[in-house]
Design a protein around this ligand. Structure first.
Ligand code: PBG
Length: 323
């Protein structure tokens, strides 16, 4: 008889035939670090996620280490913004100071930096404004300065998130000619203009002051364009491709996985996190179970790496299940 249920009769056999498994090694945890002292501020729209000043960050990183989380991506909140976001390449800027501090005190933690300007520009856009829009070439020049300053501070990987054309190329050239040919690039290659970023923009203070990001981030309706974006990044020598957001774009994750042999990352963004938290706090869903099912779906879709605010909670569950 045709019976698919034979392989579901006990946890023993279910585990044997399980096709996808989450591992703590898959996770990257985002850290929000703010210029100043004594700051440990809960982000209202992201329950459980905080902004820290550097003097308070050790507590958070100690917890990550105890949970065996090995990678972080840093987001800086500066106290000075200007038209071009010049703080992004200040060698004593918040990100540069953070990299040096973490490298010194936690040499085994893998540090990724988000290469962008929106938290640092007075207008909140991801580059230099000219004639009412972000200018690609002027922004590339500044990306080059920013990335070199992250590399010099000791970053382990850089992740351009501004969706400027040619950013992977200019970053690779800059790094190679400055002695950083070993530093990998994780491209936010396929980044959609998404409403799921709402809570992050509160967290990082990066909401655009005018207009929106539709002239540089992708239209959520487009699938073929994701093929082009990822292909161009590959030509420019990206090392890891990323799809962002994750949950509404699982088809795109799978497309990229089928099309490329490069590792695929996805960003389980703030809105995806906060929706689950809110429904869970209301008692409408089992938050932990939905979290694990969601993360699993990203892995099953083809993600090798998941950037997620759930990393700590998921790591706890994974650790307990291994005992
Ligand atoms: C841009 C950037 C954004 C996120 C990470 N890097 C947002 C944006 O385009 O406004 C969003 C992350 C999230 O929502 O969790 N520097």
């Amino acid at each position: 008889m045709l019976r698919t249920r034979r392989l579901r009769t006990s946890e023993g056999i279910r585990k044997l035939v399980r096709e996808t498994e989450l591992s703590i090694n898959d996770f990257i945890y985002p850290l929000f670090i703010e210029e100043g002292e004594g700051i440990e501020m809960e982000i209202q729209s992201m329950p459980g996620i905080k902004r820290f000043s550097l003097d308070n960050i050790s507590k958070e990183i100690d917890e990550l280490v105890s949970l065996k989380i090995k990678s972080v991506i840093l987001f800086g909140i500066p106290n000075k913004k200007d038209e071009e976001g010049t703080e992004t390449w200040n060698k004593n800027g918040i990100i540069q100071k953070s990299i040096r501090f973490i490298k010194k005190n936690y040499p085994d933690l893998f540090i990724i930096t988000d290469v962008c300007f929106c938290e640092y520009t007075s207008h909140g856009h991801c580059g230099v404004i000219k004639d009412g829009d972000v200018d690609n070439e002027l922004t590339l020049k500044n990306i080059s300065k920013q990335v070199l300053s992250h590399a010099k501070a000791g970053a382990d990987m850089v992740a351009p998130s501004g969706m400027m054309d040619g950013s992977v190329k200019i970053i690779r050239e800059t790094l190679d000619k400055s002695g950083f040919e070993k530093l990998p690039i994780m491209g936010y290659s396929v980044k959609y203009s998404s409403s799921f970023y709402g809570p992050f923009r509160d967290a990082a203070g990066s909401t655009p002051g005018f207009g929106n990001r539709k002239t540089y981030q992708m239209d959520p309706a487009n699938r073929n364009e994701a093929m082009r974006e990822s292909e161009y990044d590959k030509i420019e020598k990206v090392d890891i491709l990323m799809v962002k957001p994750a949950l509404s774009y699982l088809d795109i994750i799978r497309d990229l996985k089928n099309m490329h042999s490069l590792p695929i990352a996805c960003y389980n963004v703030s809105g995806e996190y906060s929706m689950i938290k809110a429904a869970s706090q209301n008692g409408w869903i089992d938050g932990e179970a939905v979290m694990m099912e969601t993360l699993l779906s990203m892995k099953r879709a083809g993600a090798d790496i998941i950037i997620t605010y759930f990393a700590k909670e998921a790591a706890k569950i994974i650790m307990e299940s291994e005992i």
